[in-house]
Design a protein around this ligand. Structure first.
Ligand code: SF4
Length: 199
């Protein structure tokens, strides 16, 4: 079976709502259908969302959206915890239907798990990994060094492109999560686009 179909089937078996899309516009149209207009939306830090220009698109559609990468507001990360809908991406998705993430502050991974009624996780098919070890390898030796570079973190991986499990003050890998099945109170919708998006 094709890798994407296999991954979607495994995600559904693990209790997630999961769908594949041939292109970004099909995905955005489905997202607009699924999110009620009265929802309050928070975004997680995500290059995928930035590449999709999703914040501006949802604003244009009349949604109430907050994103700490755009909005300047006191205590915004704390306030975002009570929003009804959370939209983000994931660092990796395993072929057997699990979500693997590494976070610096933990706000993104915490919101993926608990606190919002609905969580939408949008990812390019480049985030699919064969197994958990491959997911860890993709994050540590690909995504995290690129993120550290983007953040000017001054970590060794910004130079080598590989993780050395540093003790640098700028380390961005402080919290590691594996969402192996749907958490009971949270509806997690996983939307995989057949494009390369994010790191
Ligand atoms: S632990 Fe340090 S070296 Fe490894 S990826 Fe994270 S920031 Fe880079």
């Amino acid at each position: 079976m094709y890798l994407l179909d296999q991954t979607i089937e495994a995600l559904r078996k693990n209790g997630f709502d999961a769908d594949a899309f041939q292109n970004r516009e099909d995905c955005i149209q489905d997202l607009l259908r699924k999110i009620p207009k009265e929802a309050t939306i928070a975004f997680g830090g995500s290059m995928t969302l930035k590449e999709l220009d999703l914040y501006n698109r949802l604003k244009e559609e009349g949604y109430d959206v907050k994103w700490h990468w755009v909005d300047q507001e006191d205590q915004l990360l704390l306030k975002m915890r009570t929003r009804t809908v959370y939209i983000t991406s994931t660092n990796a998705i395993t072929k057997d239907g699990q979500l693997y993430n590494i976070d610096g502050n933990g706000n993104r991974v915490a919101s993926m798990i608990y606190g919002h009624q609905d969580v939408f996780i949008i990812a390019g098919s480049n985030k699919i990994a064969d197994d958990l070890q491959a997911a860890k390898d993709r994050v540590k030796n690909h995504a995290a060094p690129l993120n550290a570079k983007r953040l000017n973190a001054g970590t060794p991986c910004t130079i080598t492109g590989k993780c050395s499990d540093c003790n640098s003050p700028g380390r961005i890998c402080n919290v590691e999560t594996l969402i192996s099945k749907k958490p009971k109170p949270t509806n997690i919708h996983i939307m995989i686009i057949e494009e390369e998006l994010g790191y």
